[in-house]
Design a protein around this ligand. Structure first.
Ligand code: C5P
Length: 216
């Protein structure tokens, strides 16, 4: 039997886009490759998959895709599915901040020399919110770190009440927008499990096998 048959997974992918005006936004280098790989492998393993994504990448036809832009839209889409799913995997790179005001017209440059100060406000932490609300669902997060990867990831596992955290090093050509990844799987009260550098589809399969074992 396919190892995720009968399970409903909600998976997020891509970097959120936080609008400044109709043609500009703040975002990050996430390509959505990891989240999309997770969605495709999960669907191939028999899961019903809802993919909440900012990325436009090919997915298997039986995946329910919900296209979103901002963190607030992503949260609404995920929260809507949460009661009815077995696990959420937050692979999206969610912007921590968004512009405080969104202009409905293209912002103009007032004069040639003045600088511009943007006022930002905090976005909700979607994963932490799920960690607080969860009942039977498993909640999975990612931690992209430039330094002290395991220490920082262990803190996130705990503060966000995640059941599984995938930690990876980013920057200097590793992680974001790459075809491969090297990660640690971290669970509460367990030693981190290293997965050596491999294509994101292989990493995705290992993460999903771990999740399937945890779901029983
Ligand atoms: O705190 P940090 O952004 O490193 O945490 C990463 C994890 O938290 C990822 O799983 C990401 O999808 C999730 N996250 C979130 N909402 C935010 C920021 C991060 O769900 N506002």
């Amino acid at each position: 039997k396919p190892f995720l048959q009968g399970k409903h997974l909600v998976i997020t992918a891509g970097g959120t886009r936080e609008r400044l005006d109709p043609v500009r936004y703040i975002s990050n280098d996430s390509s959505g490759k990891m989240g999309t790989a997770l969605a495709n492998i999960a669907a191939a393993a028999g899961a019903a998959v809802t993919l909440v994504t900012t990325a436009k990448r090919p997915v298997l036809p039986n995946i329910q895709v919900q296209q979103v832009q901002s963190a607030v839209e992503m949260q609404a889409a995920v929260d809507h599915q949460f009661a009815d799913c077995d696990a959420v995997i937050m692979a999206a790179a969610v912007s921590d901040y968004r512009p405080k005001t969104v202009s409905d017209h293209k912002l103009k440059k007032p004069n040639a020399t003045a600088g511009l100060t943007l006022e930002l406000e905090q976005n909700p932490d979607i994963l932490a919110g799920l960690g607080r609300q969860k009942t039977t669902q498993l909640v999975v997060g990612f931690a992209a770190e430039t330094d002290d990867v395991l220490v920082n990831a262990a803190k996130k596992l705990q503060t966000k009440h995640a059941d599984l955290l995938i930690a990876n090093r980013v920057g200097q050509g590793i992680g974001f927008d790459q075809e491969t990844n090297a990660v640690w799987l971290m669970r509460p009260n367990q030693a981190p499990e290293a997965i050596a550098e491999a294509p994101k589809t292989v990493i995705a399969a290992k993460i999903l096998q771990m999740l399937a074992t945890m779901m029983g």
